[in-house]
Structures are given as structure tokens and as C-alpha cells.
Unconditional design. Structure first.
Length: 337
């Protein structure tokens, strides 16, 4: 069995001039994930469920576990010293550290500390999403927003942790996607899903159909296409929607399928955040042989203009995403940015 640390150290040899700093950063994320996992697993036994009584920058009520996960990841990244700045869903402004070690760090991290937290009380899978960039600003000073506002094509790494029937950490550094399952008996992430590939012949579509009347015509047409009876193309497809990006994407990564969170007549840019939700899962989808767009252009090519920018997301098996794009281009050109 190969552990996450062993795997990271072995991968380090593929990067010329590697100093081990990036490997330590990934290890810090793994440590924070184990701490958060511990609290999630005993959430029903302690005073960690329910709302904190505050809101994040999106105006969403913060759960206690949202705040706890955010604090633990920030703590781990601050103590590690490889990260000079963090953009988090739970913080309005950029997070920097006023210490020499962090200011000399060469990386910045964007994260959603606890995706799908509305599902906590009903024991549905939730997760952490992260992306890592090399800083652009000069070292020996705090990181800047410009260090984070980079397109996905500049990513050093991205991944997510899913806390479910088992806890898994999935990540990529641009050389494929690998999954590690936490063995609670020894407290180690073990390589369980090497070189993950998303099946191209998916038959699952994931979308919140309660918003159907607000969808662009292109999305409506695609949903109708998914529901048509056509044995030659394995239709009708199966609909599965959990309401947690990590959980829906993870299922489709393994089984094949498409996840859609389009813009609507009420929210033309959708509700998912580009920097720390759409871009990291798009990076993983692309590395696994899938595709991710906003309905018209690759998510990886979009340069964020601000930390909490939103974007529509169509992601999953390549042929399914391309079919959805076809309908968007034919019926919903007015949604094209």
C-alpha cells in the first residue's frame, strides 16, 4: 500500500528544481482534512451542528462546521509556512499571514472549506475543494489578490476531499488524477484509485430541476434530450442530484455523467464560485479525460476578476458536456458572455 505522503514524495522527482515545499503544502492540506473529518464523524454527538449566527460574503448563513473547517485549514496552511495567501468562501477578504515564514511562501490557496454543508444534519456526503497556484508577487511580503486571480491554466494543483461512507482525497498536479482513501485505523490516506478516468459513456445527469422554469432554453432542451427514449444512445438517462458539488462530481467522475449548474433568468452567472469551486473541479475533469465549460467556453480559460466571482458550470463526461454545449449555442446565445 502506498500512502499519500509516499506518493507525493515520489511525484516530486518529476518536477525539476523541486524543493519539497509544494509536497509539504499538500501534506498540510491532508492533515487539516483528517482533523475536519474527525469532527464531521462525531457531529451528532457534540455542539457542532446548526448555524453559527453569521453570514459569508455570498449572504449565506454559516454553519458551525463551515466556520470550524475554515479555521482548521487556515491554521494548517499558516503553520506550514508554504502558503502566503488564501482565498476562502467563508472570508470576504484575502487572508494573509503576518510572519516571515509565510511571506516567503511560494504558493497561494483558494478553497471552499466545506462544500454542501446544508447536508450536514441529514448525513449526506460533503467535502472540501482546493486549488493551488504559484504566487506572482515578490517573496518576503504578504501575498496579493493578483496571486489568486489566475486562470485554471496556471494551476499548480487542485483537488477535493469527500467526507462520506469513506473519506477520500482526490488531487492532480497536471499529471493525471489520483484518489486516496483514509484508513481510520492508522490515520493515513492510502492510494486506492490510481490514474482515475471519467467514463465517456456516462448516463447520469445531475441538475436541480426545481429551477427548470428559470433555465435557459438550451438547458431545457438538453434536459428533454436526456429524458427521451432512445435505446441506441442509452437514453433516457438517469437523474441523480445530491446538492453537494463534491458529491455529485465524485459520483460522475467514477461512473460517468454530467453535472449542470447553469445561469438562470434570476442568476445569470449561476451560484457556483469560479475560483475555488468551478476551476479546481474543471482541472480534475480535464485531467481525467472529461470536460468543463460555462456552456460556451472552457472553465480553465476564464480569468477570475474578483475572489468570489460566480460562473455557470457544465462538467463531466466529454460527449455529454459537448451535447449540452450544442444546445446552449443553438438555443441560448443570449447567455454567452
Amino acid at each position: 500500500m502506498k500512502t499519500l505522503i509516499e506518493f507525493i514524495n515520489e511525484e516530486q522527482i518529476h518536477f525539476s528544481g523541486a524543493t519539497g515545499e509544494f509536497s509539504r503544502l499538500l501534506n498540510d492540506i491532508g492533515i487539516a482534512a483528517k482533523i475536519v473529518n474527525r469532527e464531521i464523524n462525531k457531529a451528532g454527538l457534540g455542539d457542532i451542528l446548526g448555524y453559527e449566527g453569521t453570514q459569508n460574503i455570498q449572504g449565506e448563513d454559516q454553519k458551525k462546521l463551515d466556520v470550524y473547517a475554515n479555521e482548521e485549514f487556515i491554521k494548517a496552511l499558516r503553520n506550514g509556512g508554504q502558503c502566503c495567501a488564501i482565498a476562502s468562501e467563508e472570508n470576504d477578504e484575502l487572508i494573509t499571514f503576518d510572519n516571515k515564514m509565510s511571506n516567503n511562501g511560494n504558493y497561494v490557496v483558494a478553497m471552499d472549506p466545506l462544500d454542501g454543508s446544508s447536508n450536514i444534519e441529514v448525513n449526506v456526503s460533503i467535502g472540501t475543494i482546493f486549488s493551488i497556484y504559484k504566487r506572482r508577487s515578490k517573496p518576503a511580503q504578504p501575498g496579493t489578490e493578483e496571486d489568486l486571480l489566475q486562470p485554471g491554466t496556471e494551476l499548480a494543483a487542485a483537488g477535493y476531499v469527500i467526507y462520506g461512507s469513506s473519506t477520500m482525497l482526490i488531487y492532480s498536479t497536471g499529471k493525471g488524477v489520483n484518489g486516496f482513501t483514509l484508513d481510520p485505523s492508522v490515520g493515513l490516506f492510502i492510494l486506492s484509485h490510481p490514474d482515475m478516468k471519467i467514463p465517456d459513456g456516462g448516463s447520469i445527469y445531475s441538475i436541480n430541476e426545481a429551477n427548470y422554469i428559470y433555465f435557459p432554453e438550451g438547458v431545457k432542451e438538453y434536459v428533454r434530450y436526456c429524458q427521451e427514449d432512445d435505446p441506441k444512445t442509452n437514453r433516457p438517462y438517469t437523474t441523480r442530484y445530491i446538492g453537494s458539488l463534491v458529491a455529485d462530481f465524485h459520483r460522475n467522475l467514477i461512473r460517468g455523467g454530467i453535472y449542470l449548474y447553469p445561469g438562470t433568468k434570476k442568476n445569470t452567472n449561476g451560484k457556483l464560485r469560479l475560483l475555488y469551486e468551478c476551476i479546481p473541479v474543471a482541472f480534475l475533469a480535464q485531467q481525467a479525460g472529461g470536460k468543463a465549460t460555462d456552456g460556451f467556453r472552457r472553465i480553465m480559460d476564464i480569468k477570475p476578476e474578483h475572489l468570489h466571482q460566480r460562473s455557470p458550470l457544465f462538467i463531466g463526461s466529454k460527449h455529454m458536456v459537448e451535447k449540452a454545449e450544442y444546445f446552449m449555442n443553438y438555443f441560448s446565445k443570449e447567455f454567452k458572455n
